[in-house]
Design a protein around this ligand. Structure first.
Ligand SMILES: C[S@@+](CC[C@H](N)C(=O)[O-])C[C@H]1O[C@@H](n2cnc3c(N)ncnc32)[C@H](O)[C@@H]1O
Length: 243
């Protein structure tokens, strides 16, 4: 029997996305608005607009790309959500007319592209959209699979009187992929939310940037712009055009 498709951003995740991920660092919007310097911005993987809407509310002209109808339907249902132009398709490929002073892909969304080739094409697509002094911002986790035993990991995310939330993951070191299921058990009912990523370490991302004609300007360990450390769990990397 065929295995069902491992689709991350379908209806089930769109339903719960804003409840699970409200905790974006508020400094995110401040930093992005500053980097935009009054110009147009493009969010790759705009989703439900958790970052795009507050950025637009600050007067920034925000455009988006996404390939999930259910996620974008959530954006459209929010105040101001209809006013943001969103182009449907893959952010590794879609071309939008005009230049942008800032292109950004947040919250590990770059890793939703499941091959190295697609991730390189994402950098190239970002570069294609940047103005001469524009910047491309990438926020992703630092892989920490080395501590996993037997290529697997199980974490208890929630344990309450009526609910268990687990994250169950398998690692494929050859493909640099992690397949996870968020498993929620509640009132005797079990629901599963699949997520698949192809991760890359910072050095690999910097080479992708080089291929795309970009170079690293800054790498921070968080949105407070603290320096990136060996212990950092994620990074916010700012790329600019190579002269
Ligand atoms: C983790 S969510 C991020 C949503 C939003 N940016 C945020 O920070 O809350 C990732 C989004 O990227 C979209 N996405 C994933 N792969 C994509 C692709 N190849 N092309 C376009 N959108 C994609 C998903 O549909 C989803 O809406």
């Amino acid at each position: 029997m065929d295995e069902p498709a491992f689709q991350t951003y379908g209806e089930p995740l769109a339903e719960v996305y804003d409840q699970w991920f409200t905790a974006h660092d508020p400094a995110t919007v401040e930093v992005l608005a500053e980097l935009a310097r009054g110009g147009r911005v493009l969010e790759m993987g705009i989703g439900t607009g958790l970052v795009a809407l507050p950025l637009a509310a600050k007067g920034v002209e925000v455009h988006g790309i996404d390939n999930s109808e259910p996620m974008v339907a959530k954006l459209r249902a929010k105040p101001g959500g209809e006013a943001i132009p969103v182009t449907m398709g893959s952010f590794a490929e879609v071309v939008i007319p005009g230049e942008f002073s800032l292109v950004f892909v947040l919250f590990n969304t770059l890793f939703a592209l499941l091959t190295q080739d697609e991730q390189v094409r994402c950098f190239q697509n970002a570069a294609r959209h940047l103005s001469a002094d524009g910047v491309f911002v990438v926020e992703v986790f630092v892989p920490e699979v080395g501590s996993w035993r037997g290529g697997q990991d199980v974490r208890a995310l929630t344990v309450t009187g009526d609910r268990i939330g687990l994250k169950v993951s398998k690692h494929d070191p050859l493909e640099q992929k992690i397949r996870s299921q968020h498993v929620v058990v509640r009132n005797g009912e079990i629901r599963m939310y699949p997520v698949e990523v192809r991760y890359a370490w910072p050095a690999e991302l910097d080479l992708m940037a080089e291929i795309a004609g970009l170079r690293l300007r800054h790498r921070f360990g968080n949105w407070a712009r603290e320096s990136f450390q060996a212990t950092s769990e994620k990074h916010v990397s700012v790329y600019e055009r190579r002269p």
